[in-house]
Design a protein around this ligand. Sequence first.
Ligand code: F6P
Length: 548
Amino acid sequence: MAYRTMKTPRLTARPEWKALQRHAATMRRRHLRELFAADTGRGERFALEAAGLYFDYAKQRVDAQALKLLLRLAQACGVRERAEAMFRGERINTTEDRAVLHVALRASRRERIVVDGRNVVADVHGVLARMAAFCERVRSGEWKGHRGGRIRHVVNIGIGGSDLGPVMAYEALRAYADRELDLRFVSNVDGTDFAEATRDLDPAQTLFVVCSKTFTTQETLANAHAARRWCLDALGDEAAVAKHFVAVSTNAAEVAKFGIDTANMFGFWDWVGGRYSMDSAIGLSTMLAIGPAHFGELLAGFRAMDEHFRKAPFERNLPVLHALLGIWNTNFLGVESVAVLPYEQYLKRFPAYLQQLAMESNGKHVTRAGARVGVDTCPIVWGEPGTNGQHSFYQLIHQGTRAVACDFIGFCETANPLGDQHDLLMANLFAQGEALAFGKTAAELRAEGVPAALVPHKTFDGNRSSSTILARRLDPRTLGALVALYEHSVFVQGVIWDIDSFDQWGVELGKVLARRIAAELAAPKTPRLAHDGSTNALIRRYRRLRGS
Ligand code: F6P
């Protein structure tokens, strides 16, 4: 049966869903303290390792029965079949009628994945080779700026998937980066972003990498035009564009229209979603920073997790279990948000990256067939690196009235050993999971002599879910595996909710209205504003008070 015409039964009508609902009623009354007391081997058994990542989910509020039912749900919803359809290059992004093949971006040269009669793996490796050659030239100083000097600064211009992946990866892999090359990122249409990123740069030493899948995104084009003016004002010659601008896009026509020679363009394809593109040519800035060999390691990490996801049985499959625990928390335990808490300063942009990956993929209210999903879909994803969060929002995670599930991420080694600080960092990670799960009872507090009036304030209910991902060190390979874990977890959840995880219609309305309002702001004489009363009043006030 063609994938697109597959009819899927209503999720809540599935016997597996109903069984989970019944079981959840029991589990909601059970405390993690009980689950651990009843099973001394829980810490080891509720854990698995894949592609260099150790995943501990013992502190999730599940028992063997819940896991069994969740695995059955995954089977019944066709997770395996849908994953295979993705790996085969079927057009599983149905609303845009596109294949979804980020997995081809890291496929080994030997593989063949055919889309519309073309082996896309060969195309991928062709682009990787061009990227590597270009990066070597820039990194070695062979690529010269318009005035003959070497490139010292790279400014990535892009937004959404054309920014968040590159900036996250650059920050994550700084320890592997060439420190002689200074990377900056400009995404916001707010001119401050561009001005602050470039204020101390010498145009003669600056290379702009303009990243946009469509090359029509308002913010990116505005910033790219600003960059062009900034560059030409200083270098005074159109010919400078060829030395100081490269583009990454699927849209050669728009790149040429902007004035970048398509010889300086690195391509990708419509089957790469923006939020799944950091390992495509969109990763050019990453490759410039860490070099082609490390970029190859990054891809190897992605590939290791892809292979594990594709082959491992569901009960030992890290992305599948990660996704199912998310379904359990969201749909059966009423958890509304997931805090991603890396205890690794280099991962400071990882929560922001995951926000787009998860929420733009699965923040949907209708099924692939267009019916209301009928259950909650993507939880709100947020987070900050530890230990900083501990001194702000962890209060709510420990004692607030809303349930938050936490993903702790930590590493056994640090790139920056400083006395015993890495042990202190990791002690905090381990302590947080323990405190969330087990809490502190009123009886314990009374036994410690805490005054009665303070006992309620100092009580920690515990029974708050968390998982911990532990790896040896944050290197390119580990980062690739980590990102692929989340990509596939998001995929599995989308299959279960029966939504199209690869479109993003929800961002369109705002874009359309902004275009209309931008035209009105540019022509202040527009006779009649035809928005609602509030928007009209805001626009009028803005026009009156704006500086210029
Ligand atoms: O507006 C959302 C979005 O389409 C994202 O999905 C995408 O990553 C981003 O805009 C940037 O798009 P582009 O790479 O085409 O400029």
